[in-house]
Design a protein around this ligand. Structure first.
Ligand SMILES: Cc1cc2nc3c(=O)[nH]c(=O)nc-3n(C[C@H](O)[C@H](O)[C@H](O)COP(=O)(O)OP(=O)(O)OC[C@H]3O[C@@H](n4cnc5c(N)ncnc54)[C@H](O)[C@@H]3O)c2cc1C
Length: 87
């Protein structure tokens, strides 16, 4: 990617392959691997790392997004910004 001077494209691929997929693999959970890791390898899911928020950039403890388990589901509330592959 660097040959064509597109660091953005390289960053998008790096964010997909090295951020979430490493964690999904390290979880060593067969369900997680089947549901998320395999589709990521097959390009059916695209990974990203969603930390930055409008009011929390470097200051990660100020993150306001919550993930609350309700029955069998996780309910996410909050907003994110600057997320590579977020679109
Ligand atoms: C192209 C691009 C892609 C990105 N992709 C992602 C991504 O995939 N996932 C993701 O989570 N984020 C992503 N980011 C966000 C990036 O990680 C944030 O820009 C970074 O966390 C800094 O946050 P901020 O820009 O809000 O700066 P701020 O946190 O507002 O900081 C601004 C300045 O203030 C200083 N500062 C902040 N707090 C303090 C303090 N308490 N004391 C002293 N100085 C302080 C900082 O050092 C910095 O110089 C991306 C950003 C860009 C530009």
């Amino acid at each position: 990617m660097q040959w064509i001077n597109s660091s953005g494209l390289a960053a998008a691929m790096w964010a997909h392959a090295y951020l979430p997929m490493q964690h999904l693999n390290a979880e060593n959970d067969e369900r997680i691997k089947q549901e998320y890791l395999c589709p990521s390898i097959e390009d059916k899911k695209i990974g990203c790392l969603c930390i930055s928020e409008p009011f929390a950039g470097c200051d990660i403890p100020s993150m306001r997004t919550t993930a609350v388990k309700e029955g069998d589901e996780w309910v996410l509330n909050g907003s994110k910004t600057f997320i590579t592959n977020g679109v």
